[in-house]
Design a protein around this ligand. Structure first.
Ligand code: ZN
Length: 573
């Protein structure tokens, strides 16, 4: 049977746009002939080890496995944890709030702990407490590598102190009763930060001179708004290195799965984040005694609007060029539990990959959402009515009622679309009840003067979905993936059948560090922390008994070292 003209066109366009790489082309063409598709789901790169720097890497790996290095590294992290660099939501700008002063102590600790870094790299302070370490490379034709981390931690709730196994700021590692380094910041984010410094320090000690410039940028209010730290670092970095001036940015993020003893380890590399928007809906209505009520109070009208919004949620859209689709292909190819997906799911996933076969795509989406509703969340703008207020007295009609709806905007959508969605649902109800409507600053319906609906941004301006880091035909994605795989496979802890790197999508605003300030610096923004997602954490983040497994901290140092050496050898960018 000859394939249809539109289908052939779709495949040709897909090849031109890079949606089908050369490995997949043969399979796609085969599918046109109605043979079963043979597309590789979740394609992987081989492990990437330094070659020109192989000897140096072997020497450093040997050093990292020594008792002396391990214990001194634990001490550096422990000492960093002991300095309570807490950030608070109500902090005033730098210079106007003495609670920032603790960061001076942290900087003295850096200078005393890493004198070689301070004497060999250029260290710049941005807005007093932001730190940029510049390690000049010999070749200006390749873009610098940027590592980010944050110096601050969330405050300890001292009413929970007795629930901590060791003091919240003990930084304790005793090497006997526990294999953990405990304390606030041990995971989020001082392990990343100190591991980066230890990797650079070790490379300096070994006499390494980078070809590619390496830059470390440490903010200091990531757990608050980020405006004083990354908010000021970003313009400095853009001014100094230019727009799209970096080859890659790596900031904190998810890690890898726990399955170190058997099966496949899946490492999640954050390449995109949803947008964010809090919408306020206020309804104003006349007050009065509640013994003589109208048919609808402001609360009643607001309830109708909320009910309409919930009855018309944003539909999920699984798009072939979206991160959710790429993540789904990896999830189906490497399920976390046997039987998680129905039989034939891989075949369906392969068929869905072929541009033009929208029937297969719809079938795949339906089966995927049923098997794992999380993918439905990833594929749509979500809305949650989280706040409601109205009324002050049981015998007084409420003159104002308000609801605030939290949105995480899908990768394929915009804040404007979310606003339009709300307006489109409000207008019919406004017509039915003769309400005036003001939407995001504009009067869009003149109805009753006494009954009004006002739509507005509740707290902040909306944040659009992030740019999506390229994952196919992307040297930087390949280098980072290959480094993750190589670091895991060469680890003494490695007992798995393989490592898979899968792209992942953040759920919006502050889920990973504060890369939202850094969108202009590079197309290649990654959110990833090289540690086991739960095996290497004693407890969750931002809670009691924050602790990092000591040996995983050494693995982080190895990872940063491997990445610096690998990227030093890469020609592109
Ligand atoms: Zn963090």
């Amino acid at each position: 049977m000859f394939p249809s003209f539109p289908l052939v066109c779709a495949v040709l366009i897909a090849v031109a746009c890079g949606w089908i790489n050369s490995d997949r082309l043969r399979s796609a063409v085969t599918l046109l002939g109605q043979s079963p598709p043979n597309i590789t789901l979740c394609p992987q790169v081989p492990p990437l080890f330094p070659t020109q720097h192989a000897e140096l890497n072997a020497q450093l790996n040997k050093r990292y496995s020594s008792e002396t290095f391990r214990l001194s590294s634990y001490q550096f992290l422990g000492d960093a944890i002991q300095i309570p660099t807490e950030s608070y939501d109500d902090l005033l700008p730098v210079g106007q709030d003495e609670r920032w002063i603790i960061f001076n102590v942290f900087h003295i600790f850096f200078e005393e702990s890493f004198p070689r870094i301070y004497s060999s790299l250029t260290v710049t302070r941005v807005n007093t407490y932001g730190l940029v370490f510049h390690w000049q490379g010999s070749d200006d034709s390749v873009k610098p590598l940027l590592f980010a981390a944050h110096q601050d931690v969330v405050p300890v709730d001292w009413s929970t102190e007795d629930q901590w196994i060791h003091g919240p700021y003990s930084g304790l590692y005793d090497g006997k009763s526990c294999t953990w380094i405990f304390g606030r910041g041990s995971v989020d984010d001082k392990a990343d930060l100190i591991a980066q410094l230890l990797a650079v320090n070790s490379l300096l000690e070994a006499g390494f001179k980078p070809r590619r410039t390496v830059v470390l940028a440490f903010g200091f209010d990531e757990e608050a708004s980020g405006t004083e730290g990354a908010g000021k670092l970003a313009p400095y970095l853009e001014e100094t290195y230019g727009r799209d001036g970096f080859a890659m940015l790596l900031d904190e993020g998810e890690g890898y799965g726990e399955n170190l003893k058997e099966g496949v380890i899946v490492a999640l590399l954050g390449v995109s984040e949803k947008g964010y928007f809090d919408a306020s809906i206020e309804v104003f209505a006349p007050g009065g005694h509640s013994s003589i009520p109208p048919d609808h109070t402001s609360i009643g009208l607001l309830s109708l609007l909320i009910a309409s919004l919930e009855a018309n949620s944003h539909p999920p859209r699984l798009l072939r060029n979206g991160t959710a689709f790429a993540a789904a292909q990896c999830a189906v190819q490497h399920p976390t539990k046997p039987g998680k997906y129905p039989a034939g799911m891989k075949d369906l996933a392969r068929r869905a990959t072929v541009p033009g076969d929208d029937v297969a795509l719809q079938k795949f989406a339906k089966a995927l959402f049923e098997a794992d509703p999380f993918f439905k969340v990833l594929s749509r703008t979500t809305q949650a009515v989280d706040l409601i207020s109205g009324g002050v007295k049981i015998n007084a009609l409420p003159e104002r009622a308000e609801a605030v709806i939290n949105h995480r905007i899908a990768e394929h959508s915009t804040a404007q679309e979310v606003k339009k969605h709300i307006i489109d649902l409000v207008l019919p109800l406004a017509a039915e009840h003769n309400l005036s409507v003001q939407a995001f600053g504009d009067d869009i319906r003149n109805g009753s003067e006494a009954y009004r609906v006002v739509l507005s941004d509740a707290f902040y301006s909306p944040l659009e979905p992030s740019p999506v880091t390229p994952i196919s035909n992307s040297p930087m994605y390949d280098v980072l993936s290959g480094t993750i795989i190589a670091t895991l496979q060469s680890s003494k802890r490695y007992q798995a059948d393989g490592v898979v790197v899968a792209p992942s999508l953040g759920l919006g605003k502050f889920t990973y560090g504060y890369t939202l300030y850094y969108w202009n610096l590079t197309r290649n923004i990654f959110r990833y922390s090289h540690r086991g997602d739960s095996d290497d954490r004693y407890n969750g983040l931002h809670t009691i008994n924050e602790g990092v497994r000591a040996e995983s901290f050494i693995e982080q140092i190895r990872f940063f070292t491997n990445l610096i050496l690998n990227l030093d050898e890469v020609k592109s960018d």
